[in-house]
Design a protein around this ligand. Sequence first.
Ligand code: ATP
Ligand code: MG
Length: 457
Amino acid sequence: MADAERRAAVLVVDDEQEMCDLLVDFLGRAGYEAEGARGGSEGLEKVRNGDFDVVVTDLRMRDGDGMELLQGVKADRPDLPVIIVTAFGSIDRAIEAMKAGAFYFVTKPFKMREMEALVAKAVEQRRLVQENRRLRREVGDRFGIQQLIGRSKAMREVFRLVELVADSMSNVLILGDSGTGKELVARAVHFGGRRAHGPFVPVNCSAIPEGLLESELFGHTRGAFTGAYTARRGLFAEASGGTLFLDEIGDLGMALQAKLLRVLQDREVRPVGSSKSAPVDCRIIAATHRDLKTAVREGTFREDLYYRLSVIPIRLPSLAERVEDIPMLVDHFLKSFAGRTSTEPRRLTPRAMDALMRRPWEGNVRELENIVERLVVLTNGDVIDEDDLPALGPGEANGTPWPAGGPLPPLREVERRYILHVLAETGGNKERAARILGINRRTLYRQRERWADRGEP
Ligand SMILES: Nc1ncnc2c1ncn2[C@@H]1O[C@H](COP(=O)(O)OP(=O)(O)OP(=O)(O)O)[C@@H](O)[C@H]1O
Ligand SMILES: [Mg+2]
């Protein structure tokens, strides 16, 4: 790191010339880039125009005192550490300075060694803070909205919503079929928002047995139940200052739905076995592939919870609704697999790309990603052609819009899948799709609106 090689710069502010020179001289010999300023206003001026790593300032000065300088520094360069030097009599003011964000205070007279150690500590802390910020920025790039590929109208609407909600603290509900990118969007909302520096804690509500989920979410005291040998903080507590991502919320049992609702209403959690509640300080993002509105109508999902969670709903389109994004996605995956194996990315012939665009995508982006990975692993040479594509599964190949051997779906589901299938076949061309389906375009639109109302893609 270039920064580590550069000598750390210290600004010494003191209106007593002699004291100022002495410190500048000493720190210079200790290996720092040291510079003096004769009072608070000159000090602040230098801070604003310079690139210092630490400020050492006297507290009582004639021209703009140390307290004012500290406040100015904190307003302008919040992570520039300030060490306050104070006469023995003014400890109270030094404590005040600590409260205002000073790094440390030293009383006069002090030993030069003591000052050197403090400056070194301050430099170290500043480096850590900066390193942390850099890592966070990197993490933001890795998981933020930049990771969401797509230019279709449907995806542009998703981007708009993600940006809109990222900065708010409202609960967000993400709806979409399996593999449409719900978790990716949840991360983009978190890492694009004000709480990006806080933790992102995902929990899959369908993967944890109902009996365990409560203590997992809310925590438990020691001995709260058989096997609870130690107390445990819940995921709500772990997500404090960040985001709790409740994945597959549609699979949450009724009893837990009631408890979750209470937590969201009161904004506090009570660990299992405890009589004390703790405040909740995290944002909730929930996701499900289920049709929650129907679940509400059928009485398997609480309506009040539904409305609490879906303050801002984001519906992810199925891949069939955005076939025009397939080439971009394929490119993205080809590049990312090439990056992993440090090889040149493969290319697809136009014919192969065309075939991918006309496939039914039951498993949406995840299925596309898997197929691209398979192609990269299983084919040799730089170019992938149509013949390299894996054959369609039995149900898909004979054109039935349901998978062979699986449970038989209700008619409306078959209808929905068939419509999506035809949309995929026509490359998302609604006019042609409507003609093939033998319905008019407006009926097709209305049908899709009805799905949207039910939160289905
Ligand atoms: N718009 C997109 N751009 C790039 N990659 C995407 C996009 N959408 C999804 N993916 C990728 O597809 C895979 C599935 O996405 P994700 O896990 O977010 O979907 P999901 O909706 O949560 O699926 P499930 O319902 O199965 O849990 C991931 O590897 C993700 O990186
Ligand atoms: Mg998921």
